[in-house]
Design a protein around this ligand. Structure first.
Ligand code: C5P
Length: 236
């Protein structure tokens, strides 16, 4: 059954390029509020992983659409973070790697893939609320989000943060290579025809280059509280 989710449930959309801290912020805000999360990048990463594994070419739109519709991606919270299960197989490491991001960006350009994932993402909107992070949460997937935040940071800072994050998880990555890959992925995400990475017209853009995660969390929570109060939406 296709469900469109609970449209009455409030959505906080957090978009931005890689390395701005949006995943961490989304998880913290959701935990604080007791809301659900949608890590949309992980969905694109999982579909790309499956496509590569099954040798489905980016030009095979029917095959990709079928794959995106039929695969079962689950997010399971464990002590070491959120694990990604694809049809019951743990693919967290493969998917979270830099090459996983690169592949995701290639397949995410394809309108049939985006369309197949749209309803899935919207179905995750359930009470008491959803914090959704990605590239097009505020522009395409949840245009009626009560608050849209677009996190940005300089390319150098983003590469350093990704480096720290990936090294911390045991991935062997070189800063220079990461800088190149991030620049390529940005370029691809910003310039594609389907749902490009761009702040929604009504998004609040926060530059996080000079801020630590605690400061960004405080800034976002201030915006959330103000907006919820002005719209008379209760947190639970
Ligand atoms: O957010 P993350 O880095 O995990 O996303 C991986 C890739 O998936 C992005 O570079 C982008 O190409 C794609 N993506 C997207 N739309 C989203 C989330 C991610 O196109 N909402």
């Amino acid at each position: 059954m296709r469900t469109s989710g609970d449209v009455a449930a409030p959505v906080l959309a957090i978009d931005g390029p890689s390395g701005t801290g949006k995943g961490t912020i989304a998880a913290r805000v959701a935990e604080y509020l007791g809301w659900h999360t949608l890590d949309s990048g992980a969905l694109y990463r999982a579909i790309a992983f499956l496509a590569v594994e099954n040798r489905i070419d980016p030009g095979d739109t029917d095959g990709l659409e079928e794959l995106a519709k039929s695969s079962v991606v689950e997010f399971v919270v464990r002590s070491d973070g959120v694990n990604i299960l694809l049809d019951d197989r743990d693919i967290t490491d493969e998917v979270r790697s830099e090459s996983g991001g690169k592949n995701a960006s290639i397949y995410a350009k394809i309108p049939a893939v985006r369309k197949a994932l749209l309803h899935r993402q919207q179905a995750m909107r359930t009470a008491p609320g959803l914090v959704a992070d990605g590239r097009d949460m505020g522009t395409v997937v949840f245009p009626d989000a009560f608050l849209k935040v677009f996190l940005d940071a300089s390319a150098a800072v983003r590469a350093q943060r990704r480096h720290k994050q990936l090294s911390g998880k045991g991935f062997d990555v070189k800063l220079r290579a990461l800088e190149r890959e991030i620049a390529e992925r940005d370029e691809q995400d910003r310039n594609r025809a389907a749902s490009p990475l761009v702040p929604a017209a009504d998004a609040i853009v926060l530059d996080t280059s000079e801020k630590d995660i605690g400061q960004v969390f405080a800034d976002v929570m201030q915006l959330v509280d103000k907006r919820l109060a002005s719209r008379q939406i209760s947190r639970t």
